[in-house]
Design a protein around this ligand. Structure first.
Ligand SMILES: *Cc1c(COP(=O)(O)O)cnc(C)c1O
Length: 366
């Protein structure tokens, strides 16, 4: 039988999966039209609404990883010729730009240095100039470790009949994601970051305004698989067969969400912040510096400069994996070879994990 080693997952995801979530995965597989599964889907939707802080009816687990959720939103919301505004301050804004162009959007970008965020005033000014139909920013940039403020954007976007879209893949269940209070029209996440569930599903939510656009498109959605006019019926409408949902992954998501709500959103956010502060203090004692804007740094993803004197950073990461079963992330894109990304996500954001990370780093860097 397959034997997989136990690793300590402290990179940019996947994150450590608690035993009860793994147990949920191994429950019996049942039919995707079984009333018991329908009930599980309903509960998954209700729990996702709580974590998204929304009452959106169209809240579902898209079958696929976070990238599938991104495509679900872009493919459904962007019509050919739509003016889109997409922020790029890391890898994921670049990918969203590519997706929006493929969907036929006329894409304008705002750019910020990697490790920095956009001022909301600057975004609002650009929205007033371009009057975009779709505005997409990344809440928690996992490639750079910063949190983009979102609380003041909706009014300007809505004033020009636009929709505000958010990537909250890494922030969901680790930082406040306030869909209704912030006026976000559509957002997507992923299971393998702060939810501490294996990868495979993407929690997605869309407002009534966003769904109005989806239902009244002039052209059909290019993707059949991700067309919310079809998938939406399976999750929230007449339950008509569309595709076979990944049954056991939905059990795992159910258990991961249950754990999040059992802990409570606020205590969970506080725990992420507290463990991050402890790691930061210990790393700084050891001479590490952070490469992300300290005013907006993420608790769940620590972007640090590789210490001077380290010649072969990939060799260090290989030793951490081989000798300590510890995974940390390398830099992505322009940060490759310059930074490490240390994740403290979900079940991994605990003091005992901190000791393990610091002991291992001390030994390999000695
Ligand atoms: C991980 C991640 C994604 C992509 O998710 P996948 O599950 O790898 O497809 C998108 N955006 C952000 C910010 C991420 O961290």
């Amino acid at each position: 039988m397959l034997q997989v080693p136990t690793r300590y997952l402290h990179g940019p995801g996947p994150s450590p999966v608690p035993p009860s979530v793994l147990n949920a995965l191994s429950q019996p597989c049942i039919g995707h039209m079984d009333p018991v599964f329908m009930q599980i889907m309903n509960e998954v939707r209700q729990m996702m609404q709580k974590v998204f802080q929304t009452e959106n009816e169209m809240t579902l687990a898209c079958s696929g990883t976070g990238s599938a959720g991104a495509e679900m939103l872009v493919d459904n919301l962007v019509e050919p010729g739509d003016v889109c505004l997409v922020g790029i301050n890391g890898v994921f804004g670049g990918r969203l730009t590519d997706k929006a162009k493929r969907a036929g959007g006329t894409v304008h970008n705002m750019n910020a240095d990697w490790g920095q965020v956009f001022s909301q005033d600057a975004i609002i000014a650009e929205v007033e100039r371009l009057r975009p139909k779709i505005v997409i920013f990344v809440h928690a940039e996992t490639s750079t470790g910063v949190c983009q403020p979102f609380d003041r954007l909706a009014e300007a976007v809505h004033a020009h009949d636009g929709l505000l879209v958010m990537d909250c893949v890494t922030s969901f269940a680790g930082l406040p994601v306030k869909i209704d209070p912030w006026g976000i029209d559509a957002a997507y996440s992923g299971t393998q970051k702060c939810l501490s569930c294996p990868p495979g599903l993407s929690p997605v939510t869309l407002s009534e305004r966003a769904m109005h656009k989806v239902r009244n498109r002039k052209s059909t959605v290019n993707s059949w698989y991700l067309d919310l006019n079809l998938v939406g019926n399976y999750w929230t409408g007449n339950r008509a067969y569309h595709h076979t949902a990944p049954i056991n992954m939905n059990y795992a998501l159910h258990e991961a969400l249950r754990l999040v709500l059992e802990e409570g959103l606020e205590p969970r956010f506080v725990r992420h912040r507290r463990v991050h502060e402890m790691l930061k203090a210990e790393l700084e004692k050891r001479g590490f510096s952070y490469a992300s804007d300290p005013q907006n740094s993420l608790p769940m993803l620590n972007l640090v400069n590789i210490p001077a004197g380290v010649e072969n950073e990939a060799g260090i990461r290989k030793r951490l994996l081989d000798e300590f079963n510890l995974e940390i992330g390398g830099g992505l894109g322009t940060l490759a070879g310059k930074c490490w990304r240390i994740g403290l996500m979900g079940h991994g954001a605990r003091e005992e994990n901190l000791r393990l990370i610091l002991d291992a780093l001390d030994q390999v860097l000695a």
